[in-house]
Design a protein around this ligand. Structure first.
Ligand code: FAD
Length: 325
């Protein structure tokens, strides 16, 4: 049996998601002969991760809450001791962030968002790029291969489960790294409960504005329409670059991924970097001056016209009909 493969467990104070099971599936698909060693960093209790041959619980006062540099440093130190055949995880934001730190410290390449991998010298890998709109075939030459799999690329391994239970596991080994005082320059220092209600990623309707909206004030009509439909406001990157809306509202490759029942794209051309963030919408309505804009040609419905006239007209009509009932 080759050296174990280390599987970094992305958890938030012990809470783990389904991505953990995808990481196990990825590890077993890549290196079926290797033992699987899960790595849980931080916390007083070890999340019970069944299906791993070993669980490494990495503990240190500096590691209690998420601190990407410190977690990466600690994982790198563990790898130096274990000499794994690879380090893998699922390409969640934290998974990619921590493994990027490990790779930087180890001076090794990092292959993120892999959808297929064959080990060797070099590894042959295929990975998702540009938000999944491009598949890249590449080789990975590394003493210590470090990879994350794209979310949902590897179906969850049914033989593994992960819970926040504190059930003792006979295969838990503890590792205490030596951390520099500045190892955790980036860390969580406070948690603020955001107001409950409709959020961009859970809203059934998203009314989104692009450059065509023209100004910060122009979003008043979009907000009114979103409110009437019980939805949330989104926007394109041009809009956040202009400072008309906060980055939290941005949809797309470098913003949020949304999958509402209805996505209303107002004055948005439909560039691929925006499209990948909302292509999962069940229905798309485009409001645009340009009938040849990609958003219009790909939408289920389109209104060709000036959004400054079309949106108020829709708002007025909804209000009129509701007042009549
Ligand atoms: C690495 C990278 C990452 C990126 N990430 C993102 C991302 O996450 N999200 C994102 O959105 N973009 C992203 N972009 C930018 C992306 O390439 C586009 O530049 C951007 O999406 C265009 O925004 P837009 O559609 O608002 O503007 P434009 O492309 O300028 O389109 C404006 C549209 O409005 C229409 N219009 C103008 N006036 C009116 C009017 N009065 N009424 C109706 N329609 C009107 C026009 O016909 C046009 O179709 C990224 C780019 C790069 C390189």
């Amino acid at each position: 049996m080759s050296n174990p493969v280390l599987v970094f467990i992305d958890h938030d104070r012990g809470a783990v998601g389904d991505d953990t099971r995808q990481a196990f599936a990825f590890a077993r698909a890549c290196l079926p002969d290797a033992a699987v060693a899960a790595v849980v960093i931080g916390g007083d209790t070890t999340p019970a991760v069944t299906g791993a041959d070993t669980i490494w619980h990495v503990r240190h006062a500096e590691l209690d809450d998420y601190a990407p540099e410190a977690w990466g440093d600690a994982l790198h130190q563990l790898a130096a001791e274990v000499t794994p055949s690879a380090i893998v995880t699922t390409g969640t934001e934290r998974g990619n962030e921590v493994l990027a730190h490990v790779a930087a410290i180890a001076d090794e390449p990092f292959a993120a968002n892999v959808v297929a991998a064959t080990p060797g010298a070099p590894w042959q890998i295929r990975r998702a790029r540009w938000g999944g709109s491009l598949l890249e075939d590449a080789t990975l030459t590394a003493v210590l291969p470090i990879l994350s799999c794209a979310l949902h690329a590897y179906p969850s391994d049914p033989s593994t489960t992960s819970t926040t239970s504190t059930t003792s596991n006979p295969n838990v080994a503890e590792f205490v790294p030596v951390l520099q005082p500045d190892a955790g320059r980036t860390r969580i220092v406070d948690r603020v409960q955001v107001a409950e209600g409709i959020t961009l990623t859970t809203a059934p309707v998203v009314v989104s504005g692009g450059r065509g909206v023209g100004s910060e004030e122009g979003f008043a009509a979009i907000e009114a329409l979103a409110e009437l439909l019980g939805g949330a406001v989104g926007c394109s990157r041009v809009v956040t670059n202009q400072g008309w809306r906060p980055h939290a509202d941005q949809v797309g490759q470098t913003g949020k991924r949304v999958a509402p029942d209805l996505y209303i794209a107002c004055g948005i051309s439909g560039a691929i970097q925006h499209w990948v963030g909302m292509q999962a919408a069940k229905q798309i309505l485009a409001i645009n001056l340009d009938r040849d804009a990609p958003m219009v040609t790909k939408a289920d419905y389109a209104v060709i016209g000036d959004l400054h006239e079309v949106i108020p007209a829709i708002v007025d009509e909804i209000r009129r009909r509701r007042a009549a009932t």
